[in-house]
Ligand binder design. Structure first.
Ligand SMILES: *Cc1c(COP(=O)(O)O)cnc(C)c1O
Length: 371
């Protein structure tokens, strides 16, 4: 097995992933469940997560880019797939070949896609993206009705849905979220949208958890599906847990005298005679250099600090007087015995968010699926 040829790995607990999906399903009822699986399903593995989602009653998938949509189709996934991000003109034929849906948020893009559709006599399924306050992409509220009418007249589109995206929805009293929801609702409740058979969707993870009024026809919760809850999530969601662990095995052992510098630049100096083990993982795997002298790992159920600068492919751990052997399993994220290292804490130490760390774990780390 190729996946066993690398010394470190990511373990994905599919049972926990399923559990997360089923808790979310019980919260949303019959509202459609769209799982965004962009950026390799937040590092969890695009096609495996897509397949699992399809088998667990998820109704829709969303990706950022065309290439991700094509990979899902090549893996024989049949769910509707919405491509959220930019589509260039030359990508339109592939998009239609692979039965993918796209976002349109300007007349310019509508014309471009329409031109391609006419050439190959096909209709393109689209979702109209509305900007309610993110100022990223999305047609402005005032021009949304005329763009919709224009697209209907072009006759090249099957307009499947209309959606927007929260710029903030971190707690139930988030005023920006209330403002965006209100803007979106009043738009879809007036002509030409009112009464049209369009899928209306708005809520990301925190929107789904905190704003039932924002569920509309479909929700798009991703980070929470992977087990990362926003702060102050209601207790109903407490069994939602991460399904991602990062593991390796001890590759080298030595005894080091006091006052010895460890790794590049000697950013750590041994305070006493101690035992140092090396583990074969580094920033080349996405284990961030910013964690040097900050993170800890679990070996034989005990927590030990990473010492010295994290290298591209290796780093060092000070195990003090503990007994550790080459080949012992090391947990860098996740549980071992009764202890756990949280991705959120590593993200804080790197001055970033869980999302970013998840996306940075490199392709060379095999993803191992367990259930
Ligand atoms: C990524 C993304 C989501 C999912 O966001 P989470 O915070 O992970 O739930 C939903 N909608 C859009 C448009 C996105 O780009």
């Amino acid at each position: 097995m190729l996946e066993r040829t690398h010394p470190s790995w990511i373990e994905i607990d599919l049972l926990q992933f399923r559990k997360n999906l089923s808790i979310l399903r019980s919260h949303i009822g019959n509202t459609l469940f769209c799982l965004p699986v962009k950026a390799n399903a937040y590092g969890h593995g695009l096609c495996q997560i897509g397949k699992e989602a399809e088998n667990c009653g998820v109704d829709y998938l969303a990706v950022a880019h065309l290439k991700e949509g094509i990979e899902l189709r090549q893996a024989k996934i049949q769910l509707p797939i919405l491509v959220l991000g930019a589509i260039h003109k030359e990508q339109v034929p592939e998009l239609l070949d692979f039965d993918l849906e796209i976002s349109i948020s300007s007349k310019f893009k509508a014309d471009l896609v329409a031109e391609q559709c006419k050439k190959i006599s096909k209709k393109c399924p689209v979702h109209l993206e509305i900007d309610t306050g993110m100022q990223r992409t999305g047609v402005q509220i005032a021009t949304a009705p005329s763009l919709f009418d224009y697209m209907e007249k072009l006759g090249c589109f099957h307009i499947v849905g209309i959606y927007s995206h929260f710029a903030s929805a971190n707690h139930p009293n988030d005023s920006l979220a209330h403002y965006q929801l209100e803007k979106f609702r009043s738009l879809i409740e007036t002509p030409p949208f009112q009464g049209k058979p369009l899928l209306k969707h708005l809520a990301n993870s925190s929107g789904t958890l905190f704003f039932k009024e924002a569920h509309l026809d479909m929700v798009r919760p991703s980070i929470v599906s992977f087990g990362y809850l926003p702060k102050n999530a209601p207790s109903f969601f407490q069994e939602i847990k991460p399904c991602f662990s990062l593991k390796t095995k001890v590759s080298y052992f030595k005894i080091v005298e006091a006052d010895m510098g460890i790794s590049y630049g000697h950013s750590y100096v041994t305070p006493r005679r101690t035992r140092i083990v090396t583990i074969p993982i580094g920033y080349g795997d996405g284990y961030r250099r910013a964690l040097s002298n900050k993170a800890s790992v679990l070996i034989r159920g005990k927590m030990f600090p990473i010492v010295g600068t994290i290298c591209m492919d290796q780093c060092m751990v000070d195990i003090g007087d503990s007994e550790v052997h080459v080949g012992d399993e090391v947990v860098l994220i996740g549980k071992q015995g009764d202890k756990e290292i949280l991705l959120e804490d590593l993200a804080l130490a790197c001055d970033t968010i869980s999302y970013e760390l998840l996306c940075l774990f490199s392709q060379r780390l095999p993803r191992i699926y367990v259930r």
